[in-house]
Write a protein that binds this ligand. Structure first.
Ligand code: GLA
Length: 391
């Protein structure tokens, strides 16, 4: 553990003690993520390749055995919120508390009746609304803490599934499984190649610094939200495509059969676009994996750019700010760039030679200023550890 994360754990534990009157049973951390490639494929049973950020949600937690759940967030402030584990009702809570409470609900609903309450204090460094999975980090850190404190013995992928269920059913956002699995299962120095159909995983070494490259995250500061309808509409369109093609999920359309599949979809232009994105994107993930595994990291750049074009033109989830990051970065010499996460705002990633970082950053900042957009937040992303106990 780095000194700064040890200090963060200390601070969260100290605040817990102030709020609840005694030291926490433990402190846990779960990261946000960026996705290198494989966007809007996870709810199509496809492939994704996220890696964990150094930014984490940290939770100080003590178990309770009296049915009471007390929640507090350093980021939101306000008084401690007190709920009862028996009184948790899906979609009844529109506040931040729905994420941790949803996890308690999902655990109990899955048969873990031993989860009989907790005192929780949370503090997160994952930027909210930036498409970097701040919600998944909150869910997973709570799931891991309760797993440890109540001795549930659940594995990372199981905590991810329960966290996703909390978000789908309790919060009411129809997200896929990528973000929660990334937060629960990523490893430092690696990207996670995940098959979202069966959650089989491969850790792919991804050490850009060793090869003289960097990956920048550009948070456009345009807030996005999944509970709003566009994400759900894309998901429904994909399901319609799968039904029309007679497959369980779009993952089952092989890349070499894409033209034939598109021809069978006739003149349903929207479904054709969605299908084309998902099938080509799954293929891009497989290409990126084989390039990385053969040590040809720079060659992934064009695939990132292609992936962005597909999200912009076919899937239509980009926005002018994200497009501007990608176009400007590439013109300024970056190896590749794309939006990351659900889209409609949030963040883009930029793969660049280390020597070009200042020029690329400056070009993006200037282009935003010229366009009259908010100043973007640019930082370097180093593949970091997944969820863990820190104290
Ligand atoms: C959001 C969702 C994920 C995934 C991405 C798009 O981050 O939470 O499940 O669908 O969008 O790839």
């Amino acid at each position: 553990m780095s000194e700064s994360s040890a200090a963060a754990a200390e601070a969260v534990a100290a605040r817990f003690e102030e709020l609840y009157g005694s030291a926490p049973d433990g402190v846990w951390a779960a990261p946000g993520r960026v996705n290198l490639i494989g966007e809007h494929t996870d709810y199509n049973d496809g492939f994704v390749m996220p890696f964990a950020l150094p930014h984490t949600a940290v939770a100080a937690v003590s178990r309770r055995d009296d049915g009471v759940l007390r929640l507090h967030s350093a980021d939101i402030g306000g008084p401690v919120v007190e709920l009862t584990v028996d009184g948790l009702v899906p979609e009844s809570d529109k506040r931040w508390t729905a994420y941790p409470a949803g996890v308690v609900w999902a655990l109990r609903e899955a048969g873990h009746a031993v989860v009989t309450g907790a005192d929780i204090h949370l503090a997160s460094t994952v930027p909210a609304g930036a498409g970097l999975s701040s919600s998944a980090a909150l869910e997973v850190v709570v799931a891991l803490a309760l797993n440890d404190l109540f001795g549930l013995g659940l594995r990372g992928w199981q905590l991810a599934r329960l966290s996703q269920r909390a978000e789908n059913v309790y919060v009411g956002a129809p997200v896929g499984i990528m973000d929660q699995t990334a937060s629960a299962c990523c490893e430092a120095g690696h990207a996670l190649f995940l098959d979202t159909r069966d959650l089989s995983q491969r850790q792919i070494p991804f050490d850009l610094a060793a090869e003289g490259m960097r990956l920048l995250v550009v948070d456009t500061q345009v807030k996005h939200s999944h509970s709003e309808g566009e994400y759900g509409k894309r998901r429904e369109g994909c399901e319609k495509g799968a039904a029309l093609l007679g497959v369980d999920a779009l993952r089952d359309v092989p890349h070499e059969d894409l033209d034939a599949a598109l021809a069978r979809l006739g003149d349903d232009e929207e479904v054709r676009r969605l299908v084309r994105h998902v099938v080509t994107e799954d293929h891009r993930v497989e290409q990126v994996v084989s390039l990385l595994e053969s040590g040809d990291t720079r060659a992934i750049g064009p695939l990132l750019i292609e992936g962005h074009a597909s999200l912009r033109d076919d899937f239509r989830v980009s926005c002018p700010e994200l497009d501007l990051v990608v176009d400007t970065a590439v013109t300024a010499g970056a190896l590749g760039a794309r939006m990351t996460g659900g889209g409609f705002g949030g963040s883009a990633i930029v793969l660049t030679e280390e020597a070009d970082v200042p020029a690329v950053t400056k070009a993006v900042e200037e282009a935003f200023a010229t366009a009259g957009f908010k100043t973007p937040r640019v930082f370097e992303a180093v593949p970091s550890a997944g969820a863990r106990r820190v104290r």
